[in-house]
Design a protein around this ligand. Sequence first.
Ligand code: G1P
Length: 252
Amino acid sequence: TIVDRPLIQYAVDEAREAGIEQLIFVTGRGKASLDDYFDIGFELETTMRGRGKSLDALAPSRSGFGEIVSVRQQQPLGLGHAVWCARAIVGDEPFAVLLPDDLMVPGALKQMVAAYEELGGNILLTEEVPKERTASYGVIAPGETRDGAVEVQGLVEKPQPENAPSNLAVIGRYILQPEIMEVLDTQEQGAGGEIQLTDAMAKLIGKQPFHAVKSGSERHDCGDKAGFVLANLALGLADADVAPKLREFLDR
Ligand code: G1P
């Protein structure tokens, strides 16, 4: 939970805001609560209605009929594998990938969809990171920059700083073409023995347009302990109900 809603809600809101109409959750065992959260909360709604309370607060967590489809990744074999698990649902259309642990404020996908409408092909989100942090990210070998979009000439997953082609890291948002699924069909393992999305994307460079847009959003890495606390702090300070108490605590 970040302030008053689960992290997944932020990703779903960001996707909806960018015009995405169908959401595919790739989850694992024990994560059924994610699907339940977006279902109709019958007991809660009935109770609230009975007490004359507004249901407005529940609206974002109510999915439309057929809006959310869920698929299991039965083993954690890598991000590329997770994406590949959705291949039958994605079918033959371009699609976006959002890694909800990268919380972007404001949502970044809308900016990427605008770039996609100009450039087509594949669009990544990028951010400059300190050179010593490259081993935590997919890193871009950049070509020319035009209208804020960097041409992607190469991609390396989690390189050591001395081998990194730049300090432009790939952030957890992608717009991809369906051909990536055919590359992922080979199930080739990369960094950390995992089936990497980065490696599959690298194989399509030169065959399809590939660009990265520089993020104009603030990123909170909620997969990191400090990042998670900082996300709560940043969004708490932006919440009129929570901010006064937070400030009081921080000032002591
Ligand atoms: C994944 C990707 C990596 C990307 C990162 C963004 O890594 O493999 O290329 O830079 O997400 O958050 P993970 O954070 O899952 O290790």
